[in-house]
Design a protein around this ligand. Structure first.
Ligand code: C2E
Ligand code: CA
Ligand code: CA
Ligand code: CA
Length: 272
């Protein structure tokens, strides 16, 4: 049994070593990617209920020279851990604003922000990105998750207020997956709530998901906050969300995220 245990340990140690090496290699690759510009933004349509296409959400992709496209769920946590997210996030904001400036003027762009980007210079960075390409602030929306507000300091709220004073809208992403979402709605006046995909996915089969979606839409209506549903994949979900009075929709039903070069085609297909 003793030998067995040791064998297991050696196996475990080797396994850990391999994983550490893979992580270290990915980190080196990520640093190189920041220096040489291996990132790309994909865009997914935002559909306003009854009114059609209202804009696009920018979603990061990493074009790894050997591994191909890498998902943000894989490299963003690493970028946050090793201090690269600020540089990547700044690039994404500038790129998204520059892209949006070439779209029809009634289309907005939504950009995701990492909690780690919330530092004193953020509002100035946003203002600069807008100015550099002449995009009106009203065409930019920033998506943040509750974890930003978990930091619970007035500094974060001050930054949010400064960004909003520019005329940029702020949306709360992944609503319902965190802790005290309702308290956050009191502390900061969000312009939009994005109901998490998990509720949308369940709403046509599970009564509790439908009840939650309905309640969030009611909450939005009484607080004057627009409600957005993400992860809409089926016509049944689409119909149910329209029936409940959801303001904006997004999901594979309309389109998967696509490269910037396909914006014109999506605009033509989905209409404005
Ligand atoms: P998110 O902000 O909640 O973005 C929505 C994710 O759901 C995207 O995944 C999108 O491709 C996917 N999605 C959209 N519609 C559907 C659908 O109908 N069904 C399903 N199953 N999925 C759908 P993606 O592009 O892999 O991004 C994952 C996450 O990575 C994002 O979640 C966001 O948290 C993060 N992320 C992406 N781009 C950025 C960025 O520029 N900055 C930061 N900080 N985070 C980003
Ligand atoms: Ca988002
Ligand atoms: Ca989300
Ligand atoms: Ca998410």
């Amino acid at each position: 049994a003793k030998a067995d245990g040791r064998g297991n340990f050696q196996f475990f140690a080797r396994e850990m070593d391999t994983r550490m090496q893979a992580r270290r290699r990915l980190e080196q690759d990520l640093r190189l990617a920041v220096r040489t510009g291996q990132f790309e933004l994909y865009y997914q349509p935002l559909m306003e209920s009854g009114a059609g296409l209202s804009g696009f959400e920018a979603l990061l992709r990493w074009n790894h020279p050997e591994r191909g496209l890498i998902s943000p769920t894989e490299f963003i946590p690493l970028a946050e851990e090793v201090g690269l997210i600020s540089a990547i996030g700044r690039w994404a904001m500038q790129r998204a604003c520059a892209d949006a400036a070439s779209w029809p003027s009634n289309l907005k762009v939504a950009v995701n922000l990492s909690p780690l980007q919330f530092r004193p210079g953020l509002a100035a960075e946003v203002a600069e990105a807008l100015q550099a390409c002449g995009l009106p602030a009203s065409r930019l929306e920033l998506e943040i998750t509750e974890s930003v507000l978990l930091q619970d300091d007035d500094a974060v709220l001050a930054i949010l207020h400064r960004i909003r004073a520019l005329g940029v809208r702020i949306a709360m992403d992944d609503f319902g997956t965190g802790y005290s979402s309702l308290g956050y709605l009191r502390r900061f006046p969000f312009d939009k709530i994005k109901i998490d995909q998990s509720f949308v996915r369940g709403m046509t089969e599970q009564a509790d998901c439908l009840a939650i979606v309905r309640a969030v839409i009611g909450l939005g209506r009484s607080l004057g906050i627009a409600i957005h549903a993400e992860g809409v994949e089926t016509a049944a979900q689409h119909q149910a969300l329209l029936r409940e009075g959801c303001d904006e929709l997004q999901g594979y039903l309309f389109s998967r995220p696509r490269p910037a070069s396909e914006i014109a085609g999506m605009v033509q297909r989905l209409g404005i």
